[in-house]
Design a protein around this ligand. Structure first.
Ligand SMILES: *Cc1c(COP(=O)(O)O)cnc(C)c1O
Length: 223
């Protein structure tokens, strides 16, 4: 089932759009099933869970951290994480840089933007993000690479609203490409789209889709 779903999703994704299998709340056996089907990019939203999985699973897995990240926990993932999608402050970015330097690495990151019309979703507003970039000090951080933006659409059946939110994130990526990131070829990624909305996200320039439920089934939050 898992293998077939991954293949079916990959068949529909245009060239250059990467699939992150979101394995949060699912056991290592499920991750291994996806791994054996050729999947290498996995997403997790808790530091402890991702680190525990990293320790026991094959080392060529690329771990993407997609959840809210507390500064005091960055040190646990800095030695191995492939990309952090959830940078929402200069403070956090600076700590990732510090821990990356300690681990002798350069860590790829995305700036998380709040595009949903919900209180509960994390991320910066467009203005907060502009403000962060205006401060300029991020340019001196040599152990992080800002590769683009991440966003989550509102949890709603109104697919036109979801589409407007993705369109707004795509436009913001273009704005930043043409302002702070001119000539920076690494700033190009757009992490958007989940089980219910990834085809819409792909139509609007997503380069990373983060899919959990469709691949692994419903999550059991009571475990
Ligand atoms: C859980 C999660 C996903 C995957 O959601 P599904 O609806 O199960 O595909 C994607 N992105 C983030 C940030 C998540 O926390």
């Amino acid at each position: 089932m898992i293998a077939k779903t991954i293949k079916d999703i990959k068949d529909t994704l245009p060239e250059g759009v990467k699939l992150i299998a979101v394995s949060k709340f699912h056991p290592v056996e499920a991750v291994m099933e996806a791994y054996n089907a050729g999947q290498r990019l996995f997403g997790e939203n808790k530091v402890q869970e991702m680190t525990a999985k990293h320790e026991v699973l094959p080392k060529d897995i690329e771990w993407h951290f997609i959840g809210h990240l507390q500064t005091n926990k960055v040190k646990y993932i800095a030695p191995y994480v492939t990309m952090i999608h959830s940078i929402d402050s200069l403070h956090l970015l600076t700590e990732v840089n510090r821990q990356a330097e300690k681990a002798n690495r350069v860590i790829d990151v995305l700036l998380q933007i709040h595009i949903a019309h919900e209180e509960t979703k994390f991320g910066m507003t467009f203005d907060e993000c502009r403000e962060l970039l205006n401060k300029g000090s991020w340019k001196t951080l040599t152990h992080v690479r800002i590769c683009g933006l991440m966003g989550m659409a509102t949890f709603t059946d109104d697919m036109e609203q979801v589409e407007r939110e993705f369109v707004s994130l795509q436009a913001f990526l273009e704005e930043l490409k043409n302002s702070w990131f001119t000539g920076d070829a690494t700033f190009k990624e757009l992490s958007m789209g989940m089980t219910d909305d990834y085809p819409i996200a792909v139509r609007h320039g997503s380069t990373f889709v983060r899919i959990g439920t469709l691949i692994f089934g419903e999550r059991n939050y009571n475990k």
